[in-house]
Design a protein around this ligand. Structure first.
Ligand code: SF4
Length: 355
């Protein structure tokens, strides 16, 4: 069916439901596709699409950036990270600023690049910033396993990986008034559709896994509206060309071998039980927290004054409700992480929101 056909079906279903509905997308790529394609502006009146905690850089709390900076200050330590992370503000500025002031921070394109860096510079300790969801965790786990096999002891990971279904559950437990989730396609390739079933059952909330084309998202929204109209709360897959019920067993196995579950802090959402991954003791010599973090105090870290990223990530406010939006905070001068990442809600609103 064409996008126009999906829009017409959305209108019909929205009329049948007869009340406003609020869906949340939990994926930065969906956020950008919804804006860039114009799909958001075509939604029927009363159908609202909120952006949730689906941007990995955005949900990483200030305290993690501060600890990374403290590690970078140690003699012989080099931080290796994806480009987005260097611009995320911590309490004492960003890694980009720290680098300008002399800290050793290298931008890499993969954890394997960081491992190569460790092999090329054996006198240094290379700390890779392990940030992201179920999509990036397998490659980080594989690289840690490889470092152990190669005996590259100077390769370390500051692990802050997070898992999406727990955050979705925490939002509903916290009283978020949502009628359904548009679930992330890439994450679901790894974890499988079955990973959302406990959530859908517990909250009777519709969950539809959608692909990343505008037509995929439009069809996913039709499927969500149909569930609401039929008073169902189930897991359905629109992205059938890539997502199975059980996901990718190889990726799950390497993550299970290297990581174990832990509680972890999300920006805006606080500590969510079981939503983090930490490095197992068997791989402890590659765990930056075990090797370098013991003496770094766990200081509570507040977000920048006036920044409402936490509320944006919970779908409580739209970015333009923040008093800093497009004034003090813009892509060239980000105050919060949601303006740093191209997948952040504030950056997307800034780029496309007024068009
Ligand atoms: S506009 Fe900037 S300061 Fe405001 S919530 Fe977004 S990122 Fe934070």
């Amino acid at each position: 069916m064409s996008i126009q056909g999906h829009i017409a079906e959305m209108r019909r279903l929205a009329g049948r439901i007869g009340r406003p509905v609020r869906f949340m997308e939990v994926c930065g790529t969906h956020t950008v596709t919804g804006f860039r394609s114009g799909l958001r502006s075509l939604l029927p009146p009363g159908v609202q699409l909120l952006s949730g905690p689906g941007c990995p850089v955005c949900v990483t709390p200030t305290g993690y950036v501060d600890r990374a900076m403290a590690m970078a200050a140690r003699p012989g330590v080099v931080l290796a990270t994806f480009g987005d992370m260097v611009r995320v503000p911590g309490a004492r500025g960003s890694l980009e600023r720290a680098r300008a002031e002399g800290a050793r921070v290298e931008v890499v394109y993969s954890p394997a690049d960081a491992l190569e860096l460790a092999k090329a510079r054996p006198a240094a300790r290379i700390v890779f910033l392990g940030v992201g969801f179920e999509t990036t965790a397998p490659s980080v786990a594989w690289t840690i396993r490889q470092a152990r096999a190669d005996q590259t002891a100077n390769f370390l990971v500051a692990c802050a990986h997070k898992t999406i279904p727990e955050a979705m559950g925490a939002l509903l437990d916290g009283g978020a008034a949502l009628d359904g989730y548009l679930c992330p396609g890439h994450v679901s390739v790894i974890i499988g559709a079955g990973a959302y079933e406990p959530l859908a059952r517990a909250h009777r909330v519709p969950c539809v896994i959608a692909g990343f084309e505008a037509a995929d998202m439009a069809e996913g929204l039709v499927m969500l509206l149909r569930q609401v109209a039929e008073r169902r709360g189930e897991v359905e897959v629109q992205y059938r060309r890539s997502v199975t019920r059980d996901g990718n067993p190889g990726a799950q196995a390497v993550c299970g071998e290297v990581f174990e579950k832990c509680d972890t802090e999300w920006r805006g959402l606080g500590i969510i039980p079981g939503s983090g991954r930490r490095i197992r003791e068997a791989f402890g010599r590659h765990d930056a927290e075990r090797v370098l973090g013991k003496d770094i105090p766990q200081a509570p870290a507040a977000d920048a004054r006036g920044c409402r990223c936490g509320e944006v990530l919970m779908g409580k406010v739209s970015p333009d409700a923040c008093g800093l939006f497009a004034r003090a905070c813009a892509p060239a001068t980000p105050v919060g992480p949601c303006m740093v990442s191209s997948e952040g809600a504030c950056a997307a609103w800034h780029k496309y929101g007024t068009k």
